[in-house]
Design a protein around this ligand. Structure first.
Ligand SMILES: Cc1cc2nc3c(=O)[nH]c(=O)nc-3n(C[C@H](O)[C@H](O)[C@H](O)COP(=O)(O)OP(=O)(O)OC[C@H]3O[C@@H](n4cnc5c(N)ncnc54)[C@H](O)[C@@H]3O)c2cc1C
Length: 414
């Protein structure tokens, strides 16, 4: 049986960033993963580093939008009927957190983390040799509907208050940025300081290599074997048992599998999402991610091709994939951008781990000494991985945290 200072369970972007930050502070760290590094949720996302996020996605307030979703006609969302009784309490809590004053409060509480998102990636990228994957070309959101653009006033006001630059554009100005788009939208917003990544898997792997170079150890093991032994945390791995005084759970959507066993009850839900890769027709190209806001999908240039990601699907994490949103979205996608043939033969499915208040949990596990949680990064795990790694490493080593961690405490649910 070997001993380390800290165990990190789960090697997605969140776990890898934490392990790297702990190793940078001189701790001996074992990163425990049962599959490949960064190959789950952290692989298939849209690659946006949303340092500019203001409001989290909200429960729809427009009855027409709700009806479209209920009738399974919406591109932005889907659900499995059989899953609704199970997810109903989470949806009610999500709806309550989507009231305007709660959204404004969330915007304020998540800002310190988001404001460090791009900078913390840049620091890790510089030391990991991964800067070539970073595009500091902003994020373009296009609006087909004047009404939905007009509804952005509150967001613009808060952006101004937070000092976040944005440009409200007409069609022509947006086409100046992305000439391959078709003019099917009257309005757009260019978030100039958002960034994106051309290959999320490569970035996670680069951070993991840097972790190894600093003396960190990556082992294959099952986090569900975690238990208390002699006042420490112990996990079984292919290399044998590993013990540590401190352990971080960074299991993304799988966190409840372990936490339920340990008696930690937290309302972690999931929003499933899909992606497909396409070739662009002719010379068509994109320089940045583009959100087709009213249609509810994101189109983003990746090394693998043009990646299109879908919005939320409410279904059991392990239920069979049902990528019906693509059937609803394809006509809209063809209207906006000249996509050609598929560049992959399988539709990817991932599960965003989400708390109803859209804030992650970063901090101590209630009543379990030495156990830490870094879960529930929802739509922003890629964005917030490095900032989370820094924050939790500072807390674990007794350093002054770079921001107040209290909004991310698990105890807010008790
Ligand atoms: C369609 C889609 C688009 C998205 N777009 C964006 C975006 O543009 N920008 C953004 O910031 N975020 C985006 N996200 C969200 C982001 O991908 C997630 O928030 C993030 O990947 C979560 O990272 P994680 O490390 O917490 O989880 P994961 O990447 O899932 O990592 C958890 C790890 O734990 C491991 N594990 C699970 N169980 C065990 C076990 N028993 N033993 C050992 N290991 C185990 C898994 O194998 C996995 O590697 C998107 C998500 C989706 C689905």
């Amino acid at each position: 049986m070997a001993r380390t200072d800290a165990l990190v369970l789960g090697a997605g972007i969140v776990g890898v960033s934490i392990a790297l930050h702990l190793a940078k502070r001189g701790l001996s760290v074992a990163l425990v993963e049962r599959a490949g590094l960064g190959e789950q949720t952290s692989y298939g996302n849209a690659g946006v580093i949303e340092g500019n996020t203001i409001f989290p996605p909200a429960f729809p307030s427009d009855p027409a939008a709700l009806l479209r979703i209920a009738l399974k006609r919406a591109g932005e969302a889907n659900y499995h009927l059989s899953f609704l009784p199970q997810v109903a309490p989470w949806l009610l809590a999500f709806r309550a957190a989507s009231q305007p004053e709660r959204l404004a409060e969330t915007a304020r509480l998540i800002r310190p983390l988001f404001s460090r998102a791009v900078a913390e990636h840049e620091l890790l990228m510089a030391e990991s040799g991964a800067t070539r994957y970073l595009r500091k070309t902003g994020w373009l959101k296009v609006y087909r509907n004047e009404k939905s653009f007009a509804a952005l006033t509150r967001e613009f006001d808060l952006a101004d208050k937070f000092g976040l630059p944005l440009q409200a554009l007409n069609t022509e100005q947006a086409l100046g940025l992305e000439p391959s788009l078709n003019p099917v939208f009257p309005k757009a917003v260019f978030w100039t300081e958002a960034a994106s990544i051309s290959n999320p898997l490569a970035v996670t792997r680069a951070y993991a290599q840097r972790f190894t170079a600093l003396g960190g150890v990556t082992v294959v093991g099952d986090a569900l074997t975690l238990h208390r032994a002699d006042g420490r945390w112990r996990v079984e791995t292919n290399e044998g048992a590993l013990d540590a005084g401190q352990c971080v759970v960074a299991l993304g959507p799988w966190a409840p599998d372990l936490l339920d066993r340990l008696g930690v009850k937290l309302p972690l839900g999931i929003k499933r999402g899909y992606h497909r890769h396409f070739r662009a027709l002719g010379n068509a190209a994109l320089s940045r991610p583009v959100l087709d806001a009213d249609a509810g999908y994101l189109i983003t240039p990746m090394e693998q091709g043009i990646r299109i990601t879908t919005g939320a699907e409410f279904a059991s994490r392990d239920a069979k994939p049902t990528p019906v949103q693509f059937d609803r979205l394809m006509p809209k996608i063809h209207e906006l951008f000249p996509v050609g043939e598929r560049a992959d033969d399988k539709t990817w499915l991932g599960s965003r781990p989400c708390f109803p208040d859209s804030r992650p949990v970063i901090g101590h596990a209630p009543s379990l000494p030495g156990l830490w949680l870094a879960i529930g990064h929802a739509h922003w795990g890629l964005t917030l991985g490095p900032a989370t790694g820094r924050l939790i490493a500072e807390m674990m080593t007794g350093a002054a945290p770079f921001c107040d961690p209290s909004p991310y405490r698990a105890e807010r649910f008790s």
